[in-house]
Design a binder for this molecule. Structure first.
Ligand SMILES: Nc1ncnc2c1ncn2[C@@H]1O[C@H](COP(=O)(O)OP(=O)(O)O)[C@@H](O)[C@H]1O
Ligand SMILES: N[C@@H](CCOP(=O)(O)O)C(=O)O
Length: 317
């Protein structure tokens, strides 16, 4: 059996919209068995699901995000379907559509799955390229694939490639995601379409995640954002990103500096209406009102403990 484990992630950390990501200790796990068998399943793949939101996860390999991504990667390597009867048991520990990068974890898990069952021997950096063709959020994707506290940037895609329906999601599309088989070779990612750096994270920093009992789809949370920003807001936010990436790695952590550096004008003010209580929490929870607190932010749209998790592949024979 092959076991694939991918962590959830929090994106942005305040000002680092689409830039900063941090892996946290909730996991998506796949238990995969590959059986050389003459019995057939659709595209040679059988999916079962357990864990959070299992009842909402699709079991058709052409509809489930994990297997859609795996099929996309396999098809880029001239493998039209799963090579042998592949049984994928999904154990989901990441709340869906709550801003903890469940889709990024699914995308990374799908690419790792294809790499294993298709014996593709892709490097991690090449796997990153495939993931970034699918989900254009390098913050969540790099955190999920490499673990830790990361900053990422993305090269622009050729608009024709970005529009190709063989790519399961182009950014984050409404359900059902694409990933259709047109019989043509899907667009193979250019080399090195994303770049990331890992930053230090002081061991004295811990995170607390508040998981709402309602969903906010990433696509909706992006629709409310403006297309243009003022120079003041861009400068305000860039200044804080630069400071934040350094001070989170310098123990003992200075709460006042972190709090200042976690202020944002790119996304949180526009998303406040989608998340009741967010503005009040950001305004009232400060290091002065709650000693020991560093900052409050909207995750994607938070346990810093054990945050060096990276996607793991464990082969159990
Ligand atoms: N384990 C999984 N298996 C299959 N699809 C998944 C899984 N996790 C997430 N997804 C897909 O990703 C969607 C959630 O993505 P999104 O709205 O971006 O929220 P999030 O903030 O959790 O990433 C789900 O509705 C589902 O389509
Ligand atoms: N930077 C993106 C990250 C989306 O994260 P998700 O967990 O909601 O998928 C954004 O803020 O939109």
């Amino acid at each position: 059996m092959i076991s694939i484990q991918v962590p959830c992630s929090t994106a942005n950390l305040g000002p680092g919209f689409d830039v900063l990501g941090l892996a946290l200790s909730l996991y998506l796990e796949l238990q995969v068995s590959v059986i050389s068998s003459s019995s057939r399943a659709h595209l040679n793949c059988e999916i079962t699901c357990a864990g959070l939101g299992a009842e909402n996860l699709r079991t058709d390999p052409e509809q489930n995000l994990i297997t859609q991504v795996a099929l996309y990667v396999l098809r880029c390597h001239s493998q039209h379907e799963f090579p042998h009867l592949t049984k994928v048991h999904i154990i989901n520990g990441i709340p869906l559509s709550r801003g903890l990068g469940s889709s990024a974890a699914a995308v990374v898990a799908g690419a790792l799955l294809a790499n294993e069952v298709g014996r593709l021997q892709l490097t991690k950096d090449r796997i990153l390229d495939f993931c970034l063709m699918v989900e254009r959020h390098p913050d969540n994707i790099t955190a999920a694939l490499y673990g830790g506290f990361v900053g990422a940037c993305l090269s622009e895609l050729d608009p024709e490639d970005a529009a190709r329906v063989e790519v399961p999601l182009a950014e984050v599309l409404p359900e059902p995601a694409g990933g259709v088989d047109t019989g043509k070779q899907p667009p193979v990612p250019p080399l090195g379409i994303g770049h990331f750096e890992r930053f230090r994270l002081s061991p004295d920093i811990k995170a607390v995640v508040v998981i709402p009992n309602f969903k906010v789809d990433t696509a909706k949370a992006r629709e409310v954002l403006p297309n243009q920003y003022s120079r003041q807001d861009l400068v305000y936010t860039s200044q804080r990103i630069a400071i934040l990436t350094q001070i989170l790695g310098q123990p003992p952590t200075d709460p006042k500096k972190v709090h200042l550096a976690m202020q944002d004008r790119m996304h949180q003010p526009y998303r406040a209406n989608l998340v009741p209580g967010l503005s009040k929490a950001i305004e009232t929870l400060t290091p002065s009102s709650y000693p020991g607190l560093l900052g409050v932010c909207l995750s994607g749209r938070i346990h810093f403990q054990d945050s060096m998790n990276e996607s793991k592949r464990i082969l159990i024979q």
